[in-house]
Design a binder for this molecule. Structure first.
Ligand SMILES: *Cc1c(COP(=O)(O)O)cnc(C)c1O
Length: 402
């Protein structure tokens, strides 16, 4: 008989599979069975990859750029990342301080594998992106969850961070704009966190995946602008998946101290060797070609965001912070917990998301997946018509609870 304990590692037994992918799979199965499912669970832009980027990928294949590349990625792409950081932020980095990975997710995985020892603690503000805690655990570290408050617009709170610091604190993960809340941390709060990180010698892992999708004025506040002294202890994580609608191409990039990048390259050389060569050339076209795509995407998202927030806020008992970035709304439904449908109590976000899927044919992601059970995440990377229809169904479903 198969014995999990005997066959599988302790490391893998302590983590769960990605809950967002699970909801998506259930929604797809229901749709395949003929149900009219409105899907708000997806975490990717609904636009196709820009044509010039696709063309660059095809050209790379036609020209035979289909072999192994350096483990760190092709030099041209690493140089393009440096040029982008210089142009957009004024930061000076060299190509040897850049790693190209198989998506931003894989870059983060490499970072944690490269820096964590058993017992090292990593501060993770919650609501958090689903993959941070399991990635830290798979690297032998201990995730330490730092709760953020809805009534502070989910801004990072230095006083709360301070409460979770111990002698074992090794790193802090920042994600602004955030998935799932859409929150953007304020420069003032970042400056205080930066001071703690600098004095404590922690590594800052800044997941900047949504920096191009910011609904405020000017540039997104960033910890390296709040305190440039942190440059030598910060690793930036980014990629083309969200900004250029390239989720399936699997290209991300990490930028940081040369020693950390070198260690990450060692891991990559012994695991994936390198990201797919044609995808790297496509990403090069994305970073060096016309930059209007993220801007157009942002313009397309604005009316959807406005409608979503307004209609959620109009539902009795529901509150929703307007997201300042990314493409998610994260409303609080806790006023409905404890109510019943056909005698069965809705006892939290998992039960409510299941209820929305079964009774309203609306797919969403329960906040429990992000460490925040009062909430549910809806993606607005879908048409305004879908959002309008979805909101009607959600309102009806909530009104049917007793
Ligand atoms: C989507 C996402 C990523 C990584 O995306 P990849 O598809 O792996 O490039 C990283 N962080 C956050 C917060 C995300 O939402």
């Amino acid at each position: 008989m198969f014995s999990e304990k005997f066959v599988l590692s302790d490391r893998v037994l302590q983590v769960a599979p990605s809950p967002t992918l699970a909801v998506n799979a259930k929604a797809k199965a229901l749709r395949a069975a003929g149900a009219d499912i409105l899907n708000f669970s997806v975490g990717e832009p609904d636009m196709p990859t820009p044509a010039h980027v696709c063309a660059a990928g095809k050209k790379a294949i036609e020209e035979g750029r289909t072999r192994y590349t350096p483990a760190a990625g092709i030099p041209e792409l690493r140089e393009a990342v440096c040029a982008k950081l210089k142009q957009e932020h004024g930061w000076e980095y060299k190509p040897e301080e850049v790693q190209i990975s198989c998506g931003g997710k894989h870059g983060l995985f490499n970072i944690f594998q490269a820096v964590l020892n058993p017992g090292d603690e990593v501060l993770i503000p919650a609501p958090y992106w689903v993959s941070y805690p399991p990635m830290v655990q798979l690297a032998g570290g201990t995730p330490v969850i730092v709760p953020l408050q809805q009534d502070r617009q989910f801004d990072i709170d230095p006083a709360v961070v301070a409460r979770y610091v111990t002698s074992k604190t090794k790193a802090i993960v920042l994600n602004s704009p955030s998935n799932p809340t859409g929150a953007v941390y304020s420069l003032a709060a970042l400056a205080e966190v930066a001071k703690m990180a600098y004095e404590g010698g922690w590594l800052v892992v800044s997941d900047d995946m949504y920096e191009e999708l910011y609904y405020g004025e000017g540039k997104v506040p960033h910890i390296l602008h709040a305190d440039p002294r942190l440059k030598d202890q910060t690793v930036l994580s980014n990629g083309v998946s969200k900004a250029f609608a390239m989720t399936g191409w699997r290209i991300g990039y990490s930028i940081g101290p040369r020693e950390v990048i070198r260690a990450m390259n060692k891991i990559q050389s012994q695991s994936t060797s390198n990201p797919a060569a044609p995808s790297q050339y496509a990403a090069l076209a994305a970073l060096t070609g016309p930059q209007d795509f993220p801007h157009q995407m942002r313009e397309a998202f604005l009316p959807r965001r406005a409608f979503f927030v307004e209609s959620l806020e109009s539902i009795p008992g529901v509150s929703c912070v307007a997201p300042m970035g990314a493409f998610y709304v994260f409303p609080n439904f806790s006023a409905y917990y404890g109510k019943k449908f056909k005698g069965t109590a809705i006892d939290g976000s998992v039960a409510l998301a299941d209820y929305f899927l079964d009774e309203a044919q609306v797919a969403s992601v329960p906040g429990a997946a992000f460490g925040a059970d009062d909430f549910i995440r809806f993606s607005f990377a879908t048409s305004l018509t879908t959002i309008e229809r979805g909101m009607e169904r959600i309102k009806q479903a909530l009104a049917a609870l007793q």
